[in-house]
Design a protein around this ligand. Structure first.
Ligand code: 4NP
Length: 159
């Protein structure tokens, strides 16, 4: 049985990428694709390793039915390119950092998460860390949109 593994990467792994992980996990469950598509998240920086997601991300996610509470931050490594089929960066800084870790040949497909969404090509997921609560809502809106688009594509690929 073909399966797909996906890693979401931001800077700290406490705001954007754990939100992505929780939103995709929930929507994969609803699409009955949990056994076929696995998701994980990591950060390019090591500052928050071992910590739970930012309490604002946990609260914003919970209001929409996404559970981020059990997640713990980790740092992305070179080996992740061999373990995952897709590595999705939240912004261009993350993408540039990931390119320095990517093996010259083979390994995960690396892209900006929003790049395949019509009207969002090249767009980044804005970092909500230093802003207000609306930033976390905007991240959730973008993740729900991205999850629907990618899950439709995976449904076709896996059927
Ligand atoms: P994230 O947000 O990359 O979406 O997890 C950030 C988290 C922490 C910091 C910056 C962004 N920080 O500077 O500690």
């Amino acid at each position: 049985m073909k399966t797909i593994s996906v890693l979401f990467v931001c800077l700290g792994n406490i705001c954007r990428s754990p939100t992505a992980e929780a939103v995709f996990r929930e929507r994969l469950l609803r699409a009955s694709l949990s056994a076929r598509v696995s998701v994980d998240s990591a950060g390019t920086a090591a500052w928050h390793v071992g910590k739970p997601p930012d309490s604002r991300a946990v609260a914003a996610g919970a209001r929409r039915g996404y559970d981020l509470s059990g997640l713990r931050a980790r740092q992305v490594g070179r080996e992740d390119f061999l373990r995952f089929d897709h590595v999705f960066a939240m912004d261009r800084d993350n993408l540039a950092h990931l390119r320095t870790l990517q093996p010259a040949q083979g390994g995960a497909r690396l892209a900006l998460l929003l790049d395949m969404l019509p009207q969002h090509e090249g767009k980044q997921v804005p970092d909500p860390y230093y802003g207000g609560d609306d930033g976390f809502e905007q991240v959730l809106d973008l993740m729900e949109h991205a999850a629907d688009a990618w899950i439709s594509r995976w449904q076709r690929e896996l059927s």
